[in-house]
Write a protein that binds this ligand. Structure first.
Ligand code: CAA
Length: 380
């Protein structure tokens, strides 16, 4: 067991930190206020290789492992959790899903531009009546021989407007329930696709979240991923890895708030001393540091299992469950450490507190993670 990072890991971590501090920090409060998607920043992220971090270089990726991905997600999320969700969905849901289960033609045509950051991907599973209960898909994909016709509505879709490629999960044969579900690669400019209004959110306000309507959208049969009926397993396997990305994102939100709290507590004076000298603040910092360290180790463990091709379903759910709770608890305490200043936007911790909440909800709520974990526990 080794607790040290390789030189390559340290370089990725440093590159992500530099990018976040120099490119993402300027203008972040305004982007959050105006719900402005940072398309120019995402483009640079792609040029630097962060949009296809784990993808094989032969498909335009950076060829890194999942540990590198966790490190990069933590650093980007410390500053900008809106940009990091775009990065996370593109890397671990869309690129990983295509690279692992797509055929060669699909990879050449769709994975390469996504891994290079020339296109952005979105993962379309959730529906108005199918969030946690993901097998209850109402969107249909009717088999018409050489093509499918997709009808239905997808909800809460990250990158909904800017994505060039959607991975869409839809029901082909309702009699077969989840075994009749398929996953499709759908080009976002296909006729019949329209968007609802942009969601006005509590947190990650500069990320794009849209409903997407599909009305008689024609998708060629060669755009189905895997065998007929593989779509639900595709979604579940892909989400298992996605949850490592969201866990790392939650870790970054927590560690960002913690670092700001340490800095502030050494500068701010009260009762004749820096507040870091008061035990009331010291104990908060100690709790934050301990929980963040545990969350980080859980993220690394899940990433390591994935890199070793071992079962990581339970570990990724544990990492997401714990890290998202640490993100929420840490950011609430970070606002408290900052006092009145924490309640205003200039000090960043109120934004991190708002951003933390979604990590307990998307890519499977905390309650869904407990279902996955407890099933693993009982199965043994
Ligand atoms: N790997 C492979 N197969 C899996 C699997 C996994 N990790 N998990 C489940 N399956 C398979 C099961 O084996 C079963 O197949 P068989 O019948 O052939 O054995 C099938 O899937 C159905 O599974 P269950 O019987 O367990 O289904 P369920 O309805 O009881 O529960 C669930 C499944 C775990 C609750 C699932 O519905 C779930 O994960 N829900 C949460 C959905 C979610 O995470 N949504 C996130 C939206 S995407 C998003 O947020 C992206 C974004 O934009 C940020």
């Amino acid at each position: 067991m080794k607790f040290t990072l390789t030189e390559e890991h340290k370089l990725i971590q440093e590159a992500a930190r530099n990018f976040a501090e120099t490119e993402l920090l300027p203008g972040i409060i305004e982007r959050d206020d105006n719900q402005q998607f940072a398309s120019d920043k995402v483009k640079v992220l792609g040029d630097l290789g962060f949009m296809g971090l784990m993808v094989d270089p032969k498909y335009g990726g950076a060829g890194m492992d999942t540990i590198a991905y966790v490190l990069a997600m933590e650093e980007i999320s410390k500053i900008d959790a809106s940009v990091s969700v775009t990065m996370s969905v593109n890397n671990s849901l869309v690129c990983w899903g295509l690279e692992t289960y797509g055929n060669e033609e699909q990879k050449q045509k769709y994975l390469t531009p996504l891994a290079k950051g020339e296109k952005i991907g979105a993962f379309c599973l959730s529906e108005p009546e199918a969030g946690s209960d993901a097998t209850s898909q109402k969107t249909t994909a009717e088999d018409k021989g050489d093509h499918y016709i997709i009808n239905g509505t997808k909800n809460w879709i990250t990158n909904g407007k800017s994505a060039g490629v959607y991975l869409v999960i839809a029901q082909t044969d309702a009699q077969k329930r989840h075994k009749g579900i398929n996953a499709f690669i759908v080009e976002s400019d296909s006729p019949g696709i329209s968007l609802g209004p942009k969601e006005n959110k509590l947190g990650i306000r500069s990320s794009e979240t849209y409903s997407i309507m599909f009305a008689d959208v024609k998708v060629p049969k060669e755009n189905r991923i895997g065998e007929d009926g593989f779509g639900f397993k595709f979604a579940m396997k892909t989400l298992s890895g996605g949850r490592i990305g969201i866990a790392a994102k939650a870790l970054g939100i927590a560690s960002g708030a913690y670092e700001l709290s340490v800095k502030y507590s050494k500068e701010r004076k009260a009762f004749g001393a820096e507040i870091a000298k008061h035990q009331a603040i010291q104990f908060k910092l100690a709790d934050m540091a301990t929980q963040i360290e545990a969350a980080r180790l859980m993220c690394f463990k899940a990433a390591w299992l994935k890199d070793q091709h071992q079962d990581y379903d339970q570990a990724s759910s544990m990492a997401k469950l714990y890290s998202s709770e640490v993100a929420m608890a840490t950011t609430v305490e970070a606002v408290q450490v900052h006092g009145g200043y924490g309640f205003v936007k200039d000090f960043h911790v109120e934004r991190l507190m708002r951003d933390a909440k979604i990590t307990q909800i998307y890519e499977g709520t905390s309650e869904i993670q407990k279902i996955v974990i407890s099933r693993g526990v009982i199965k043994g």
